[in-house]
Design a protein around this ligand. Sequence first.
Ligand code: NAD
Length: 369
Amino acid sequence: MRERATRLGVIGCGGFGLYALQHFTQVPGVELVGMAGTHREAAYAAARRFGIPDPVEVEELVNRPEVDLIYIATPPFLHHAQAMLALEAGKHVISEKPLAMTLDEAERNLLLIANLMQRYNPVFDKVRRLIESKALGEFLHGYFENYANDEGLPPGHWFWDRAKSGGIFVEHGVHFFDLFAGWLGPGRVESAQASIRPGTGIEDQVQCAVRYADGALVNFYHGFTQVGRMDRQEMRLLFERGDVTLYDWVPTLIEIRAIADEKDTRDLCEIFRGARLDVTENYPPKDRTCTGRHKKLDIYQKFTMAYGLGEQKMHRYGELLRAMMTDQAAWTRDRNHQRRITETNGRDSLAMALAADSLAHGRYGDIGR
Ligand SMILES: NC(=O)c1ccc[n+]([C@@H]2O[C@H](COP(=O)([O-])OP(=O)(O)OC[C@H]3O[C@@H](n4cnc5c(N)ncnc54)[C@H](O)[C@@H]3O)[C@@H](O)[C@H]2O)c1
C-alpha cells in the first residue's frame, strides 16, 4: 500500500522560502498544500508557481486539517510565535533557523526542528570521519571566516534590526556553531566582539572564540560587508600532521595538506575516495623521522589532496534541503526513524549564539550553555 504523503503548509515565502520550497516539493512523499503570509504580490506569484491556493492568514493555515507539517520561513522574531500556533494546532514544525530568539522560547518548543541543513552535506561526514580516524593526528585549532555580502540587505532590512533578527550570531552563526559541534562535540564561548559600521547603527561584523574538548579553540568571524560577487567563506581545521580547508558556506571543496606514513595515507584516500592526490615531497628512509609537539613521527610523504573538485555549490545547497526534508518528513510518519538533526540541534546552536551575542555586548551572565 502507498504511504500517505506528508502535506506541507508554508508561512512566509520570501527569498529563502521560495528557494527551499523548490527543493522540498521535489521530495517524494511531500506535498505542498497551502501558504500563509503577508499577502505581498510575490507570495501570490509563489502560490501560482506551485499550483496551490492563494495565501491565507497564518491561523487559518495551521488549523487546516489537511496540513501535517508547517515550514516557517519568516524573519527570526516571528519563528517562535508562529511555531507555537502550529504546534497548538497539532502540526509538526520545521522552522528556518534560528529556532527562536531566546532560550526560554526554545526550551518550550521541544517538538521543533530548525533548518540546520549543514549536517546533511556529505562533506560533514567526511570531516567527522577524518577527525575520528586521527589520520592527521589530534585536532588543534580551527576557524570559520565568513566574508558575506550585504548587497541584498538595504539599511532598513530586518536583518540589521537586532529586535527582529537577534543579531548576526543568532541569525546566521547558528549554522556554524551546529556544524562544529557535530565535529568536535559541545563547546563553550570564551570571548566575543562586535563592530558597528562607522557613522551608522549597523552592526555588521562579529567574531567569537569557542573552546572544545582538550582545550582546542575555534574562531568564528562573520562580516556582512562585501559585494555579492565577492561573497566567500573559508573553514580551516588544523591537526598535528596537516590541515583541512573547506570553501564556501555550503562547502563542496575540501583541500588537505598532510604529512603521513603509508597507513595514514591509505586511510585518507579511503575517507576521501575520488580525491586528487598530489605528492609534494618524498622522504627516503634516512629522513623519515621528524618531531612535532615533542612527538616522534615516522613520515614517508608530504602531499595535498583535493576532494569535491567541480561540484556546484547551488546544486549541493538544494541537495541538503531535499535531504533534510526527506529525513524529517520520514519521522512524521514513523517515530522510530532516526533523524540526523533533532530538537537539540536548534536549542544548542541557539544557546551558543546567545552566549556569543551576550559576551560581544558586554554581558557576561550566560557563557556557553
Ligand atoms: N537555512 C538557510 O540556509 C537559510 C538561508 C537564508 C535565510 N534563511 C532564513 O530564512 C528566514 C527568512 O529569510 P529570507 O531571506 O527569506 O527573508 P525575506 O524577508 O526575503 O522573507 C520573509 C518572508 O516572511 C514574510 N512575512 C513577514 N512577516 C510576516 C508575518 N507576520 N506573517 C507571515 N509572513 C510574514 C514576508 O512577507 C516574506 O515573504 C530567516 O529566518 C533566515 O534566517 C535560512
